[in-house]
Design a protein around this ligand. Structure first.
Ligand code: 13P
Length: 255
């Protein structure tokens, strides 16, 4: 099973800062073996400069969002093809900040997934419940709806290209991480959904990341859960030292 560590920089870093980070990350990871696959998601302005720095390294680049249309009068938006051309292999889709701050709903996220796949990007689909939904015992219902509607009409050959990221909204940027067993429970539910909707094989092969206040201190315990295949990291991915400590979690546990 693959393991992936992905850093979502959100609206942080100028081009100069992003390029400096990419150079240092490249240097620190050069020649390292036995580490997870690594992805960084810079803001749009830095996508191409970062891709150029990382070309030929093992680190791949993701867009933080894309528009569902190929081109047209959509002021301020960027298409999947544009992101691909800028050097992206992946696109984060349906991040909770897009859902809550920019009104993206499951139907739109479904269109964005199709657009990303059509452009040859691998989507990282983010799903997760709010605190209120968790307290009302709605977690599985919300996850099920986000999967049903987000992946609506997509066949197994598309779904096998998708990475799922479980990011409980109450754990994002709050310092409140889901406990390893809370996260594992939802990850197992997601894998079970994939087994029913797609196939047992596809469900076993799908990478399911956890996101929400992941740090070098808690990464190892989260990653030791059987259905957690990596992490999507916000705050702790902005500093190259802390990001590398998470990438090397299996060597630095307890340090
Ligand atoms: P934090 O790691 O800052 O909680 O952010 C998580 C996240 O939203 C990653 O996409």
């Amino acid at each position: 099973m693959r393991t992936i560590i992905a850093g979502n920089w959100k609206m942080n870093k100028t081009i100069a800062e992003a390029v400096d980070f990419a150079n240092r990350l490249r240097e620190k990871l050069a020649g390292k073996t036995g580490i997870p696959e690594v992805i960084v998601a810079p803001p749009f302005t830095a996508l191409n400069p970062v891709s150029v720095v990382l070309r030929g390294s093992a680190v791949l680049v993701a867009a933080q969002n894309i528009h569902e249309a190929d081109h047209g009068a959509f002021t301020g938006e960027v298409s999947a093809l544009m992101a691909r051309e800028a050097g992206c292999t992946y696109a984060i889709i349906g991040h909770s900040e897009r859902r809550t701050l920019f009104g993206e709903r499951d139907e739109r996220i479904n269109k964005k997934l199709s657009a990303a796949l059509a452009a040859g990007l691998h989507p990282i689909l983010c799903i997760g419940e709010t605190l209120q939904e968790r307290e009302e015992n709605q977690t599985e219902r919300v996850i099920e709806r986000q999967l049903n509607e987000g992946l609506n009409n997509l066949g197994n050959d598309d779904i096998e290209k998708i990475i799922v990221a479980y990011e409980p909204v109450w754990a994002i940027g709050t310092g409140k991480t889901a406990t390893p067993s809370q996260a594992q429970e939802v990850h197992r539910f997601i894998r079970g959904w994939l087994a029913k909707r797609c196939s047992g094989e596809l469900s076993q092969q799908t990478v399911i990341l956890y996101g929400g206040s992941v740090t070098p201190q808690n990464a190892g315990a989260l990653m030791s859960q059987p259905d957690i295949n990596g992490a999507l990291i916000g705050g702790a991915s902005l500093d190259v030292e802390s990001f590398v400590r998470i990438i090397e979690y299996q060597f630095t546990q307890g340090v």
